[in-house]
Design a protein. Structure first.
Length: 456
C-alpha cells in the first residue's frame, strides 16, 4: 500500500498545480463551437489564458464575467446574466460556466445565476449552458476537468436506457485531463484499426491539436465533440474510460444510459496497452491488426535497447494524480525507480500507484525529496525547470503547462508507440547527462613528459 504523506505547510512555496477552474475550461474546449466563461475577475481569466496560450501556442477562446469589487460585495448575478447574453449572441452550441475562487468565497450560486439568465433571455434557449462549481482552492486541473465533464453529462445526455448497442460499431471514450491531444489522436487511431467508431468526450485532440482552421477567425472552439453527439452516447456498445478521475463521470453515464464500461487507470506501458488491445479485440470480434502487433514488437525491442541506460535510474516525478500513476507505471516497466513523487491533490488512485510514498505538496517538496533520494532525472511540467537547474539534473517535461517548449501538447505517451518514444527520449536525456559513463583513466606514470600529448 502506498503511503500518502499529507501536506504539512500552510502555503505553497513553489506551486505545482494548475487550478480546477482551468481544468474545467480545458474540458469545455473539447466540445465543438463552445465558449467557456469563467465567473470571476478579469485577472483570474487572463492569468489562466496565458498558460493555455503558452502551452498550446494557439488563440484560446475563454471569456469572463468581469467580476469587480462592487459585484463581489453587492452580488454578481447581473455580471453573469449580462456575460451569458453577450456570448450567446455569437451563436455557440454550448457555454460552459466554471466558477473561480473569488466567486466561491462570495458564496455565489452559479445554478441560480443560469436560471436567472434563462428567465430573462428566452430567445437564447437553444444555446446549452452548463454551470460547474470549480473553486481554485480545491482540487487541481484534473479534478476540475472531471467536474466539468460530469456537469455536461448531467445536462446534455438524455437519461434513457434501452438503446444500448443500436449503433453496433460505436464506442464511447471518456478521457481524463492526463491525456494529451497526441494521446487522444493515437487512441482514436487504435480503436479505428479494429473497425470501431470512437466518440471521444471531451475531444481536445480535434480542437487543440495545433491545426490551421479554414476560417480566418472564429471566436468559438473549432473542432471537438459536437454537442449533438452527446445524445447518441446511450446507443454505443460500450464505454472505454481512461483515467481514474473520470470514474464519477463514467458512473453517471452508465446510470443514465445503461451502456457498460471498461475502465483503465491509464494506458502507459506494455501491460496497460495489452489490456486495451485485448478489450478492443473482444468488443469488435476482430483479430489484432498486424501493424499493432508490430508496434508491440517495436516497444519490446526499444525496452531491450535502452535497458542498460534506464535500468535502476532514479527518477523524481511531479504531476496530477492520474498522470503521476501513469508515469510511475511507465518507469517501473522500463526498470527505472521512482524515488520521489509529488502531486498537488489527493485522489484514491494514488493508493494503488505501486509507489512506496506519494507527497501531497508543491515543487519545493519535490526539490527536497529529489535531493535527499539522489534522483538522476526529473519529470515535471515547465514550472519544474528551475528546480532541475538548482539540482543540476536534466528534466523531461510532462503535464500542464509546458511553455518555452514546443509540441508538448502533441506528444504521445500512451500505447506501444508512445511508450517507445518516451524510452528513447529518456535514454537520450540520460546519455547527454553522461549517466553511468566510465571516463578513461590516464595514469600519471604512463608517459614520459617529452611524449605527453603526441599520441592521438
Amino acid at each position: 500500500m502506498t503511503e500518502i504523506i499529507k501536506r504539512n505547510k500552510a502555503l505553497s512555496v513553489n506551486p505545482l498545480k494548475a487550478s480546477s477552474t482551468l481544468g474545467a475550461c480545458l474540458a469545455f474546449m473539447g466540445i465543438n463551437r463552445t465558449m467557456p466563461m469563467i465567473h470571476g475577475s478579469q485577472g483570474c481569466t487572463a492569468f489562466g489564458k496565458v498558460f493555455f496560450v503558452q502551452h498550446f501556442q494557439e488563440p484560446i477562446p475563454i471569456q469572463t464575467s468581469a467580476l469587480d469589487q462592487i459585484g463581489t460585495v453587492m452580488g454578481s448575478y447581473e455580471n453573469l446574466v449580462e456575460g451569458l447574453a453577450t456570448i450567446a449572441k455569437k451563436s455557440p452550441d454550448l457555454i460552459g460556466v466554471p466558477t473561480s475562487g473569488l466567486a466561491e468565497v462570495q458564496g455565489f450560486d452559479v445554478d441560480m445565476g443560469v436560471k436567472e439568465f434563462r428567465a430573462k433571455h428566452p430567445e437564447f434557449d437553444r444555446v446549452a449552458v452548463v454551470p460547474v462549481t470549480t473553486p481554485d482552492f480545491r482540487g487541481c486541473l484534473e479534478s476540475g476537468f472531471a467536474d466539468a465533464a460530469l456537469a455536461m453529462i448531467k445536462t446534455l445526455v438524455p437519461a434513457e436506457a434501452g438503446r444500448v448497442g443500436q449503433r453496433r460499431r460505436q464506442v464511447n471514450v471518456l478521457v481524463g485531463a492526463s491525456l494529451t491531444s497526441g494521446d487522444i489522436e493515437a487512441l482514436k487511431e487504435t480503436i479505428e484499426a479494429f473497425g470501431l467508431r470512437p466518440v471521444v468526450f471531451p475531444d481536445v485532440s480535434d480542437s487543440l491539436d495545433g491545426h490551421l482552421a479554414p476560417e480566418t477567425y472564429n471566436a468559438l472552439t473549432t473542432g471537438g465533440t459536437p454537442v449533438s453527439e452527446l445524445a447518441t452516447l446511450g446507443q454505443a456498445i460500450a464505454t472505454i474510460v481512461v483515467g481514474a478521475s473520470m470514474a464519477p463521470v463514467a458512473d453517471e453515464l452508465r446510470s443514465r444510459t445503461g451502456v457498460p464500461d471498461i475502465r483503465f487507470d491509464h494506458l502507459c506501458g506494455l501491460d496497460a496497452t495489452d489490456a486495451l488491445v485485448m478489450t478492443l479485440r473482444d468488443l469488435s470480434g476482430n483479430e489484432v491488426p498486424e501493424r499493432i502487433e508490430r508496434q508491440r514488437a517495436q516497444l519490446l525491442d526499444a525496452m531491450l535497447d535502452t535497458h542498460f541506460m534506464m535500468g535502476f535510474t532514479r527518477v523524481a516525478v511531479a504531476a496530477d494524480p492520474d498522470l503521476l500513476v501513469a508515469l510511475a507505471a511507465l518507469m517501473k516497466g522500463t526498470g527505472a525507480e521512482v524515488v520521489a513523487a509529488v502531486t498537488p491533490a489527493y485522489a484514491p488512485v494514488l493508493t494503488r500507484s505501486g509507489l512506496a510514498a506519494v507527497k501531497i505538496g508543491d515543487l519545493e517538496d519535490l526539490e527536497l525529496a529529489a535531493r535527499e533520494s539522489g534522483a538522476e532525472v526529473l519529470i515535471a511540467n515547465s514550472h519544474g525547470v528551475a528546480v532541475a537547474e538548482r539540482l543540476g539534473l536534466p528534466i523531461y517535461r510532462a503535464g500542464f503547462p509546458q511553455f518555452h517548449w514546443y509540441g508538448g501538447f502533441a506528444k504521445t505517451w500512451i500505447g506501444y508507440r508512445g511508450g517507445r518514444q518516451v524510452l528513447f527520449d529518456l535514454a537520450n536525456i540520460l546519455t547527454a547527462a553522461e549517466r553511468g559513463e566510465v571516463h578513461p583513466y590516464r595514469s600519471v606514470y604512463g608517459q614520459k613528459p617529452e611524449y605527453q600529448g603526441r599520441c592521438a
